[in-house]
Structure formats: C-alpha cells, structure tokens
Design a protein around this ligand. Structure first.
Ligand code: DGT
Ligand code: CA
Ligand code: CA
Ligand code: ZN
Length: 615
C-alpha cells in the first residue's frame, strides 16, 4: 500500500465513524478528500513533510483535513480519530459488508444494542431486537438477516483488484533477490479469478532458506503466519501470501501444479496416466520401467514423501510449457484452466488466441467531471492519448433511476456537453472528432493522436426502457446502457429488462449487465443466454466492465456471448486517468471467457469501431 492509499483509508474510516455518530456533511468532505489523496500523483509523505499548506494544495483537501494528515505523519496517529474509534469500537468493515447496513445503521445499532460484530448483528436480528430500535422495522430486520450469509462469504475472499497489486509488489521484491533464479505468481491470482482466497507465489532458487528469510522480511508484510524449509506465509494488506521455493529443475512442474485449478490439474494428470506418465509438483516422470508406481506418485497430496514421488525418469518439469508439450497439448493460458473443455481443446490444437491488454485501442465507457468523474473532458482525452489509445469515448451518466441527485445529464446537458467535447478536442494536442475521422495515423489524419467520440451511459429502467429521449440518443456517437436501479428484481423480469434494452435501436453497448458489486451486492441474475442471443441479433456489444469491484460481465457470460455471436467491449468505466489502468482486469476477465482479439470491438481500428457503430 502506498502511503497515499494508507491515508485515504484512514480518511474513509474517519468518514464512516463520523457518519455513524450522526455528523452530517463532514463525512462527504472526508470521502472526497480521501479520493483525491488516493489519486494524487505526489507521495503524501513528502507533502506532509513540507507542512499543512502543501497538503492543502491537493484538490478538496481543506485546512482541517490537511492538519490531521500532518498530525498523522508527525505523531503516528490522529487524536480525533482515536477518540472516535474508542467511542465506537465496531467492526465497521464487517458490519457494512451487509447490504443495507451503512455507517449510520452501525452507529444506531451500537448505541441501542451494543452490536459490534457480524455475529452480534446476526444474533440481534434472530432475537428480534433490531425491530425494536427506533427507525427500524420488521422488514429491515428480515433483510439484514437475509443478507448476512452473503456478507460473511464475501469477507473470506479478497477482490482481485485488491490482491493483484500486492502480488505484483511481492513478485517484484522476490525477483530482485540475488538468490532467486525465477519467480511467478500462481493459484487463482494467475488465473485472474474475480476473488482470491490467498495469493500464491513460486520461486526457483538453490538457496531455499535465504529466500524464505528475505520473504518474511518483506517490508510490506505485516506479519509472518508461518515459515518452514522451502515455504512460508505472510499477511500483507489483509491477505495471506503463500510462498514456495523449489529447485530450478522442478519450477515448471510446480508452477503448473500450484496454478491449478484443482479440476484442471486432475484432467491433465489423467492425460499423463493415459501415457504411462506420472505428473506431480516435482515433475513429469516416465514410470513405465518402475514397479509399484501406484497412485501416490500422482496423488498430489502430502501422503507420500517427496522422494518417493520423484520416481522414474524425468521427462519434463523445468518449464511449464515443457510439461504441456510432453503431454501432446498446446500450452494452456492460466485463465482457461478451470476444466471447461480447455484440456480437450489444447490436445486438439483448438485453443482460442486470446485477446491481450495491448490489443485494446480505446475505451468506450469513461466519465468526466460532467457527471461523477473527477477530471475534465480534456484531461481524460489526454490520459487516453498518453496510454497510446487510438480513440476515446466520453460517456458520462445520463440522469435517471439509480443516478444520485443531479449527477446525471439531462437532454439539455447532453447537448451542451456535445459542444464541450468539441472544445476539449480542439484543446488537446492531436485530438480529432471520431465521427469525422478514421483517427490516429489513418487517412487524412495521419498526424492525429486520438479520435474522440461523444457518448453517454444511459439508464435501463426496471422495465428495460432507456430513460433518455430517443432524439438525444440518436445524436450521440455511442450509447452504453446500464442497469443502475431495481437490482433486486426477480430473474424473469431482469431477463426481459435486458433483452428490451439490447434491442433498443440506439443502444450500442450493454454496460455492466448484472450491476453486481463484488463482495457487496449480487446484482440481478438474468438468463444470460437469452440476453446475449438478443444482443447478437441486435448487434449490441456486451461490456466487460473492468472496474475490479464489478468485472461484469464475468467470464462465463463472456463465453456465452461469444458462443452466441455477440461482440464484447472491454471498458474501464474510468472516473480518473488512473482508472484507465484497470483495463487489464477486464481483458483477463474476457480471457477467462475465451475471448479472442476479433471478438472485442474496442480492439478494432477507429474505422472498424465506426463501422460497428454505423450498423
Ligand atoms: P483461492 O486461493 O481459494 O482463490 O484458490 P487457489 O486456486 O489459488 O487455491 P489454493 O491457494 O488453495 O492452491 C493453489 C493451487 O495449488 C490450486 O489451484 C491447485 C493447487 N493445489 C493446492 N493444494 C492442492 C491439492 O491438495 N490437490 C491438488 N490437486 N491441487 C492442489
Ligand atoms: Ca490461492
Ligand atoms: Ca494458497
Ligand atoms: Zn454504470
């Protein structure tokens, strides 16, 4: 965690505690400040070193908050926050994980019933005590009780977007060690699952002990859980990080084994058995000449000791590619290793050529300070151009159900923004309007850096209507339509809703189809096959929203969409330049759905995108 993230988290905790004690307005100010501290490019510790005025230079950070940040760096704590923590000794994260329970509810229930944990909340609800608190009814109590299991499940797994940066940092640290020959992440994080139980790392080295020692001394580790010969576990940023150290000759086999999934490994191991080979985390062995090479060598469990499992002649194991090759299969990209037909496809030479992050040529769903984004149209265009994108779509929120207050744009605002987009395009070096140009490096605009389209993120109401006028939609270059309200509706209604939306003549992209927030709310569960079939017919693309809190559509839905012939759009939904970097989470999610480059509309050229939009 950078110190900016650390301070942002403190300010957010501050906001929650203030809100829980019934303070108004201030919590919003703290949350805004937190967001800007997190996004700020200069290290906060440097600014704090220069004093309050330097800290208060950060957008939305006023003098009061700046002085608290300086206090934190000078004394190691913020007195007022410590007082609040004492006043309200609650597991805020655990309690607010329950849908419908916010900081205010936490404060009320603590004051009335002394509830501090999820277990106590459940007990109070079961005992019917919550409905006795003023402002709470039987229905609220019932909802709380219903949502607790989801919250409890969610608390066990970390979002990919929280775990991946920790894994990347650990990997960079290990790779830098002299004793490390090679290092890789494995487990679910290498498969890019949406949530992560723990982070797994693998290192090849001939100095196992010194690697373990360096790992437990990793500055970002908060605690050592265990340390042994050749393996260790630490806790970092709330997540468990497992390390295994192996000899270089066994690195590939161990990488294959510890990447999983278990189901994929079983299928691969069965293929080995069919060939009189034994596969385990130590290697791939030819056991045709070995007596009694029974199940143990293949068991993959701790039953047999390691030496008895290095039996026969080693056929492969130094590299992972070598393991697959020796089994007569193509290398299986980690995202596909879920035993969903990838072993058969790899054996037949029919694996897809998966899309890569570098294939993306623009983002079709981004926000600016015209709605709830933090940056101007020009700043976002410039950021997209700096990433090397060929095009960029400005798609702020339209006003409508689920969009807070006047955050969203009505028809008049959209018309006004159309002019503002043209102004921004004339301001940003090398920007051109996409509807008039084939974009960067193409045709008449050989010097253009980036082609800009004016779009909107419109709202799909509970019945599937788009809540912005048709005439306005018709004037826009691109329409993303997303559900933002009625996310608890039943499955049939959700299916009809999304089918109607994708069939709308002006809708180009179905944004975050289910509206899920990972570990926070499940969203709607439409019959995804029916929705993607309708989308394919209508020529509407299905979005993979790359925000790591969403990853929506998920891999299964992407695969269904591609099978149905629908196009995919991988969008970040960025509210800041930094969030454009979330693209990789969307791309790897699309890869989990077997997406090839040709399936992704924003991997096409500017001309290709225009063709899609004009159809
Ligand atoms: P997670 O951490 O719950 O998100 O999921 P994974 O897949 O990272 O699972 P984890 O951390 O328990 O183990 C990492 C990989 O190691 C797993 O995907 C497959 C492999 N593995 C671990 N233990 C076993 C085992 O007992 N049998 C087999 N076949 N594979 C195992
Ligand atoms: Ca794991
Ligand atoms: Ca593990
Ligand atoms: Zn949205």
């Amino acid at each position: 965690m950078s110190r900016n993230d650390e301070v942002a988290a403190l300010l957010e905790e501050f906001a929650d505690l203030l809100e829980a004690t019934g303070v108004e307005y201030k919590p919003t100010a703290y949350r805004r400040a937190a967001e800007n501290v997190r996004e700020h490019t200069a290290p906060i510790e440097n600014l704090a070193g220069e004093g309050e005025d330097a800290v208060a230079e950060i957008d939305r950070v006023g003098d009061a908050i700046a002085s608290k940040i300086v206090e934190y760096f000078q004394t190691g704590e913020i007195e007022e926050l410590e007082d609040l923590r004492e006043e309200l000794p609650v597991d805020m994260a655990g309690l607010t994980a329950v849908e419908g329970v916010g900081p205010k509810t936490v404060g009320s229930l603590y004051e009335a019933l002394g509830v501090t944990t999820l277990d106590e909340l459940e007990a109070a609800a079961e005992a019917g005590e919550i409905q006795t608190v003023s402002g709470f009814g039987a229905k609220t109590e019932e909802n709380i009780l219903e949502n607790i299991p989801f919250a409890r499940e969610a608390r066990k797994r970390t979002r990919l977007g929280d775990a991946r940066p920790v894994a990347d940092a650990a990997l960079a640290y290990l790779t830098d060690l002299d004793a490390v020959a090679s290092a890789e992440v494995c487990g679910s994080i290498r498969r890019w699952r949406a949530t992560i139980g723990d982070i797994d790392l693998l290192v090849a080295s001939d100095a196992h002990e010194s690697v373990v020692e360096a790992f437990t001394g990793w500055p970002e580790a908060d605690a050592t859980i265990e340390a042994g010969t050749g393996k260790a576990s630490v806790r970092a940023d709330g997540t468990r990080v497992d390390l295994r150290v192996v000899d270089a000759a066994e690195f590939g086999a161990a990488l294959q084994y510890f990447t999983g999934s278990r189901a994929h490994n079983v299928a691969v191991r069965n293929r080995a058995i069919d060939r009189d080979l034994k596969l385990n985390e130590y290697g791939l062995f030819d056991v045709s000449g070995v007596d009694d090479a029974d199940g143990d060598a293949n068991a993959g469990d701790d039953g047999a000791d390691a030496d008895s499992r290095r039996v026969g002649e080693r056929v492969a194991g130094e590299t992972e590619a070598g393991v697959y090759e020796a089994l007569d299969m193509a290398f299986v990209p980690p995202e596909l290793r879920e035993d969903n037909g990838e072993v058969e496809a790899a054996a037949a030479g029919e694996l897809p050529e998966l899309v890569e992050t570098g294939d993306l040529r623009g983002d079709l769903h981004t926000h600016t300070d015209w709605s709830d984004g933090g940056f101007s149209i020009a700043e976002m265009i410039e950021a997209a151009a700096e990433r090397g994108y060929d095009y960029h779509v400005v798609s702020d929120h339209a006003a409508g159900p689920g969009i807070f207050g006047n955050t969203g744009l009505d028809e008049a605002d959209i018309a006004e923004q159309a002019a503002a987009v043209e102004d921004a395009v004339s301001e940003v070096d090398g920007a051109v309007m996409g509807r008039e140009s084939d974009g960067a490096g193409a045709g008449d605009d050989a010097d253009a850096r980036i082609a800009v389209f004016h779009g909107i993120e419109a709202n799909i109401d509970a019945e599937g209507a788009i809540t912005t006028d048709d005439a306005t939609l018709a004037d826009l270059d691109l329409v993303v339509a997303s559900p933002h309200s009625a996310l608890g509706q039943d499955d049939d209604a959700a299916t009809e809703r999304l089918i109607r939306a994708v069939e709308h003549p002006h809708v180009d992209v179905l944004g975050h189809p289910t509206g899920r927030i990972i570990n926070s709310r499940p969203g709607i569960s439409p019959d995804i096959e029916a929705v993607v079939a309708a989308a394919a017919d209508a020529g509407t693309a299905i979005e993979v929203n790359a925000n790591p809190a969403r990853l929506d559509a998920d891999g299964d839905a992407v695969r269904a969409a591609i099978d149905a012939g629908a196009a995919i759009a991988v969008n970040t939904d960025a509210h800041s330049p930094r969030e454009l970097d979330n693209a990789r989470y969307g791309v790897h999610t699309a890869r989990r759905g077997w997406a090839e480059t040709a399936d992704v509309i924003n991997a096409r050229s500017t001309a290709g995108l225009r063709e899609f939009l004009d159809d």
